[in-house]
Design a protein around this ligand. Sequence first.
Ligand SMILES: Cc1cc2nc3c(=O)[nH]c(=O)nc-3n(C[C@H](O)[C@H](O)[C@H](O)COP(=O)(O)OP(=O)(O)OC[C@H]3O[C@@H](n4cnc5c(N)ncnc54)[C@H](O)[C@@H]3O)c2cc1C
Length: 398
Amino acid sequence: MMSHKPRIAIVGGGLGGLTAAILLQRAHYPVRVYEQADQFSRVGAGIQLSPNVMRVMRHIGLEDAMMRIGLRPLQKLSRDWKTGEITYAVPLERMFELYGAHYLIMHRGDMHEILLSALQPGSLYLNHRLIEMEQNGTCLSLAFANGIHAEADIAIGADGVESKVREILLGPEPPTYTGYVAYRSIFPRKNIGNLQIPDSSKWWGDDRHLVIYLLTNKRDEVYVVTGVPRPEWQFESISPAPVNPEEVQEAFGEFHPEVRTVLAACPQATKAPLLERKPMPLWSDRRVVLLGDACHPMPPHMGQGAGMAIEDAVMLFRCLETEPHDYQAAFKKYKMNRFERTARVQHESHNNEWIRYSMDHEWLFGYDVLTAPLREDAETRRTPANSLGPSIISGKTQ
Ligand SMILES: Cc1cc2nc3c(=O)[nH]c(=O)nc-3n(C[C@H](O)[C@H](O)[C@H](O)COP(=O)(O)OP(=O)(O)OC[C@H]3O[C@@H](n4cnc5c(N)ncnc54)[C@H](O)[C@@H]3O)c2cc1C
């Protein structure tokens, strides 16, 4: 049977793009995911997934697979860098009771693999780096660095902080360097010998911080991730680059002995710049819409960047379903229902004070993107069905 649903090209097979693909494919949209990488590897990074995200994973049937691998931490401690004093303990073990879903921490590569397993076979196109995209009255054409061209009715730019899709819509404008770098390291817990460490703690210094958490449900891997001020340097790539672990040890040389013991056990580390943007006025143009870091990148200080990308995917899907004949109205509604929340998380992430001391987390963790009432405005209802009209790029209104 021929599908009457729009053909959707998702540019970027990261956490946001894959979640969108899974939701859309299950509702019988013809979806292709174009990813620049020629393979995915288990890169050295952990990920924290709060109840607002795990609720979505349950909805797409992946919660159990993730819970089998990941760790349900008991607490997340905020600690003073020098004395180790606990300034706040987030009761993570009570998240289900409070918000109806768990808090999980796991290896990012493991999560990605679980999402990939739910994708329709044959719908992921690796080694497809988008270089150009054109839209006209009848469809979109996409050109990739490998020389291949493709067509679609709608494109979702889920291509991360250096988004090519965003550049095509808005022109070149690199993300802003926050002035901070992330050092990261993952290593076996046995490296720290008998030292007992909490499941998750953030050590707050005056101008830097360090997060240490255990990664698997066996508690056998340790993950370290930092925010350390560094003057701007000419980074050619935003990808994590290997550094000597001594550089990380030096950056935290004055910290509490527990921190120094953990860092002394790091056999390797990487460094990457932390980037951000201010909330963007334009989230879509005609047939093209943005999602996740392509749209609202933020420093990782709240552990919510992927969470926001995944929530975006759900909201975009809901809006396409409620506006089946008018994707421009769907895109408008999507932005209307996502802008405020993502801007708030961008702002809070930039300020880096999240749960340093006791504070309300219900607005973040208790939010249910699957059922939140959809906001509509009168203007959305007046938009003529899929009228493409002249480009609105110049007006940057949507
Ligand atoms: C140090 C650090 C720690 C973090 N910790 C957390 C955390 O604990 N919890 C959390 O929720 N978030 C965390 N984040 C944020 C999170 O990693 C991002 O917000 C999230 O990955 C964004 O998802 P995305 O799908 O939008 O983009 P990405 O995951 O970046 O995926 C984009 C994909 O697009 C591909 N791509 C790029 N350009 C092209 C192109 N031209 N053509 C085709 N494909 C392309 C890329 O290869 C990539 O696969 C952290 C970030 C950092 C830097």
